[in-house]
Design a protein around this ligand. Structure first.
Ligand code: CO
Length: 211
């Protein structure tokens, strides 16, 4: 493991050399500023590297990752990233990307006590409860797990739409689409759940904010 650690620093030097070989001004250009068109909200899982799976270069994607790609309204970290992305960077798209085989989602289906993470996982259990008729009707456990992953992404997209940050951007006529995707660990492919929202028209009335 010590070797692996040192190798990371060596890899970095190689990467810099590769980039400079293609464009000697590569880092000067990046250092001048960022204007990414996309905010990515994904899972912390090491197998779902945001930029890599969508072929995006440094500077193209603003990234927030947490366990099970959650949008939790009291999460200052997520809210700060969202506020900066929408109001300062003025991203055009926010993508919530879950993934099949997500350990956070799997844990939420079970009853094991782990530790402080139980409190994070509880938010995912709430998504199960909201959809328990549909999920409990799925007999095959793997199928139920996969569907739960999709329903969780759907709920997080809805939670994004409920935020004052996103609603205010829409109210101001800012071009902003929010989208739900699921990545397949076993084939590398992304499934677009086709639940994109460009305004708050599909939001239940009680969540609509007047500005
Ligand atoms: Co995950």
């Amino acid at each position: 493991m010590e070797n692996f650690y040192h190798q990371l620093l060596e890899n970095n030097k190689d990467w810099v050399a590769e980039k400079l070989a293609i464009n000697p001004h590569y880092f000067e250009k990046l250092a001048a500023g960022q204007k990414p068109p996309v905010l990515w909200i994904g899972c912390s899982d090491s197998r779902v590297p945001a930029n890599e799976i969508i072929g995006a270069e440094p500077g193209e994607v603003f990234v927030h990752r947490n366990i099970a790609n959650m949008v939790i309204h009291s999460d200052m970290n997520m809210l700060s990233v969202l506020d900066y992305a929408v109001n300062v960077l003025e991203v055009k798209h926010i993508i919530v990307c879950g993934h099949y085989g997500c350990g956070g989602i799997q844990t939420a289906m079970k009853n094991q006590h782990i530790g402080i993470i139980d409190n994070w996982i509880r938010h995912i259990k709430d998504v199960y409860r909201l959809n328990d008729d549909e999920l409990n009707a799925i007999e095959n456990e793997q199928d139920r797990f996969n569907r739960f992953v999709e329903l969780n992404v759907k709920e997080q997209v809805n939670d994004l739409a409920k935020t004052s940050i996103v609603q205010k951007a829409w109210e101001n006529g800012q071009e902003l689409g929010i989208h739900g995707w699921v990545y397949g660990l076993n084939n590398g492919l992304i499934k677009d759940l086709k639940i994109s929202m460009w305004d708050n028209s599909n939001l239940p009335y009680v969540y609509k904010l007047d500005f």
